[in-house]
Design a protein around this ligand. Structure first.
Ligand code: BES
Ligand code: MN
Ligand code: ZN
Length: 488
C-alpha cells in the first residue's frame, strides 16, 4: 500500500543522495555550470568562511538537470514525476528550483508530480530496498509556497488511496471490504453503510440486481462532510468491485482490468477525505454503489425487469451494462432523499469512451452550461482532462422499452450508436432535473504503464479534478462592493 515520501520546502539545499537542478529552455551553459558546481551549491548557504569553520559537504550520488519547459503547472507536474521516478532507489532527493519564477500553482503541480511519480503498488513481501523517503524542494520564498504544498499533499495522499483501492485485486476487494476501507478512511466523518438486506428493503433495485449473482453481497456507502456553506454537492460513484459482465459475460481478455470498475467510487471516497483534510467550507455527500457483477445461478438474467430506487422500472437486456443500474439508484437517492443542489457521478461506464477520447481524457456529460464551465476549468487547473460530449435528445428512443420505463442498453435495431451518450441519457432519467454532470472515466481510470504523473494500474483519476472544482465552488464569493469596483 502507498507509503508516500515526506515532502518539504527549504530555502537552501540540504545534503541528499540525489541533487536535481531545474533548467529552462534557453538556459545558458555558464549559468548551468555555476549551479552544477555541486559543492558550490551546497556550501553557498552554510559556509561563512569564518576562521576555523569546517562545513561538511555531503556529496550526492547523482546530479540531475531537470527541464521545466514553459513553467506551467502541467509542465512542472511532468518534471516532478520524471525526476522523482529517476530518483527511485535513492533515499533522499533535493530539488533546487531557485532559478525559476515559481507561483503557487506551479509549486502545487510540481509537488503533485513528485509524489505521484514515485507511487507504487505491490503485494510482494520483499519491498523496495531503498525507497525514496525524503524530498526537499528548494525555493526562494518558502513561506509564500507553504499553502500550495499542503494542498498538494492532501490531494495526492487521497489520490494514492484511490490508486490503492483500484489496484487491490478483487479477490480481496469485495463490496464489504470496500465499505470497511471507506469507513476507516473517512474516520471522523459521518459514514453509513447499507448491507444487502437494507438495500433490498429500501428498494435499491439496481444495486440489488447487479449484486445478486455474487456470493459477496453489495453495499452502498454514504458519507458526508459538512464544512458549512449553503451548497450541497452529492458525488455518486460506480463501485463495481469486479465486472465479469454477469450472464452477458465478457471475453476473458476484457476482464483482465475489471478490478478497476470501482474507480469512480474510489475517486469520490478519496475526494471526500481530501475535502475534509482541507476543511473546505462546503457540504459534500458521497454515495458509492458497490457490487460485484458475477454470473451464477442467482444472477440477474438478460430480459429481467427491475425496479430502481424510487420506482422507475428497467428492462435489463444486457447484464454487462451494470454500472448504470447501480448509479441510477444512487442518483435517484441523491435527488429524492439528499435534496442535492448539484450531483456529479463518476464512473468507468462505457468501453466506447476510451475509443472516442483515448486514455487521457474523460467524457463530461451535462445539460448545465455553468457546471460544465466550472468542471472544464477545474480540469485545466488540475491537469485531469475532460471533454464535453452531447446529451442528444434524438437518441432517447434508443432507451424505449415495451415492458418497462427504460431499457438498459440502446436498442440496436435503431442503429443510433453513441453508446457513451445513451448510457449518459439513461443516467439523466434519474436526476430529477437537478443540476447534474456525469464523468465517464473508463479511459483515464487505468494506465497501461508509467507515464508522466501516471503509474501503471489505477490512476486515481478524478480526485485532483473534483477537489479543484469543489475548492472553487467553496471559495467565498467576492464581496459585491469589490466586484463592482473591479468591473467599473
Ligand atoms: N465496466 C464496463 C466499461 C469499461 C470497459 C470500463 C472497458 C473500462 C474499460 C461497463 O460495465 C461495460 O461493460 N459496458 C459495456 C456496455 C454495453 C454492454 C452497452 C461496454 O462498454 O461494452
Ligand atoms: Mn459491464
Ligand atoms: Zn462495468
Amino acid at each position: 500500500m502507498a507509503d508516500l515520501p515526506s515532502l518539504r520546502l527549504a530555502g537552501s539545499v540540504p545534503g541528499a543522495d540525489v541533487l536535481a537542478v531545474a533548467t529552462r529552455p534557453g538556459d545558458g551553459g555558464a549559468e548551468l555550470l555555476a549551479d552544477l558546481d555541486v559543492h558550490g551549491v551546497l556550501e553557498r548557504d552554510k559556509a561563512k568562511g569564518e576562521a576555523g569553520e569546517v562545513v561538511t559537504v555531503p556529496t550526492p550520488e547523482l546530479v540531475f538537470l531537470v527541464g521545466t519547459g514553459d513553467g506551467t503547472a502541467t509542465a512542472l507536474r511532468k518534471a516532478g514525476a520524471a525526476i522523482a521516478r529517476r530518483s527511485k532507489g535513492s533515499a533522499s532527493l533535493a530539488l533546487d528550483l531557485r532559478r525559476l519564477p515559481l507561483d503557487a500553482a506551479g509549486l502545487q503541480g510540481l509537488a503533485e508530480g513528485l509524489l505521484l511519480g514515485v507511487y507504487g503498488f505491490t503485494l510482494k513481501d520483499t519491498a523496495e530496498p531503498r525507497p525514496l523517503r525524503t524530498i526537499t524542494v528548494v525555493v526562494s520564498d518558502v513561506d509564500a509556497l507553504k499553502p500550495a504544498l499542503a494542498q498538494a499533499q492532501a490531494v495526492i495522499a487521497a489520490t494514492a488511496v484511490a490508486r490503492d483501492l483500484v489496484n487491490t485485486p478483487a479477490l480481496d476487494k469485495t463490496p464489504a471490504w470496500l465499505a470497511a476501507r471507506a469507513t476507516a478512511l473517512l474516520k471522523g466523518l459521518t459514514v453509513r453503510v447499507r448491507d444487502e438486506q437494507q438495500l433490498r428493503a429500501e428498494g435499491w433495485g439496481g444495486v440489488t440486481a447487479v449484486g445478486q449473482g455474487s456470493a459477496r453481497p453489495p453495499r452502498v456507502i454514504e458519507a458526508s462532510w459538512d464544512g458549512g456553506g449553503s451548497t450541497h454537492v452529492v458525488l455518486v460513484g460506480k463501485g463495481i468491485t469486479f465486472d465479469t459482465g454477469g450472464l452477458s459475460i465478457k471475453p476473458s481478455d476484457s476482464m483482465l482490468t475489471m478490478k478497476m470498475d470501482m474507480g469512480g467510487a474510489a475517486a469520490v471516497l478519496a475526494t471526500l477525505r481530501a475535502v475534509a483534510d482541507l476543511k473546505l467550507p462546503i457540504k459534500v455527500t458521497v454515495v458509492a454503489c458497490a457490487a460485484e457483477n458475477m454470473p451464477s445461478g442467482t444472477a440477474q438474467r438478460p430480459s429481467d425487469v427491475i425496479r430502481q430506487y424510487g420506482g422507475t422500472t428497467v428492462e435489463v437486456l444486457n447484464t454487462d451494462a451494470e454500472g448504470r443500474l447501480v448509479l441510477a439508484d444512487g442518483l435517484a437517492y441523491a435527488d429524492q432523499v439528499l435534496d442535492a443542489d448539484v450531483i456529479v457521478d463518476v464512473a468507468t461506464l462505457t468501453g466506447a469512451m476510451p475509443v472516442a477520447l483515448g486514455k487521457k481524457i474523460a467524457g463530461l456529460f451535462t445539460d448545465d452550461d455553468a457546471l460544465s464551465a466550472q468542471l472544464l476549468a477545474a480540469a485545466d487547473r488540475s491537469g485531469e482532462r475532460l471533454w464535453r460530449l452531447p446529451l442528444v435528445d434524438d437518441y432517447l428512443p434508443a432507451l424505449d422499452s415495451a415492458t418497462a420505463d427504460l431499457r438498459n442498453i440502446g436498442n440496436p435495431k435503431l442503429k443510433l450508436g453513441g453508446g457513451s451518450i445513451t448510457a449518459a441519457l439513461f443516467l439523466r432519467a434519474f436526476t430529477g432535473g437537478r443540476s447534474w454532470a456525469h464523468l465517464d472515466i473508463a479511459g483515464p481510470a487505468w494506465s497501461g504503464g508509467d507515464d508522466d504523473e501516471l503509474t501503471k494500474g489505477g490512476t486515481g483519476y478524478g480526485v485532483r479534478l473534483l477537489v479543484a472544482w469543489l475548492q472553487e465552488l467553496a471559495a467565498p464569493p467576492v464581496p459585491a462592493a469589490r466586484r463592482s469596483r473591479k468591473s467599473a
